[in-house]
Design a protein around this ligand. Structure first.
Ligand code: DQA
Length: 151
């Protein structure tokens, strides 16, 4: 069975407790469960990992390529805004990555308006809460099935 990787970066283990007015009250466990079910209903497996560590996230991106993962849904948290190391890791793999942000980063502090990862990602979904992850899953499956760009 082909697999999708759901990767959540720093502080996202605190979903449900962390600034609920910004990120909602649902937990990471609930998100991961929902995403696994959604992937399975499309005939895909989904592995969900969260890490607060940049190097671990880089290793997971490399591994995803080595394991032939079909696509990566990635919420890189604050690393989005400044991690050139994550940018290089994404640029260095063939696996398509979709960047997801729960909050509308463009409505928030200026430092959140720029993503150093957007240029090397297939697409970016912001501000749609957990639904953004589901949309990213649909897009990756569509890309994988057609083995082509989503038009
Ligand atoms: C976030 C937005 C980032 O700016 C922030 O640092 C996060 C979460 C989001 O999902 O909205 O940790 O990626």
């Amino acid at each position: 069975m082909k697999k999708i990787l759901l990767l959540n970066g720093p502080n996202l283990n605190r979903l449900g407790k962390r600034e609920p007015h910004v990120y909602g009250t649902a937990t990471l466990f609930e998100l991961e469960k929902k995403m696994k079910e959604a992937a399975l209903s499309e005939g895909y497996g989904l592995t969900a990992v969260q890490s607060n560590h940049e190097g671990v996230l880089i290793d997971l991106l490399h591994q995803a390529e080595d394991e032939g993962i079909a696509g990566i849904i990635f919420n890189p948290g604050a690393f989005t805004h400044y991690s050139y190391a994550l940018r290089d890791a994404i640029a260095g793999i063939e696996v398509p990555v979709i960047e997801v942000h729960i909050s509308n980063v463009h409505r928030r502090e200026a430092f959140r308006h720029h993503s150093v990862l957007a240029e090397v990602s297939e697409g970016q979904i912001v501000g749609l809460g957990f639904f953004g992850y589901e949309l990213a899953l649909q897009a990756l499956i569509k890309m994988h099935k057609g083995d082509e760009e989503v038009e």
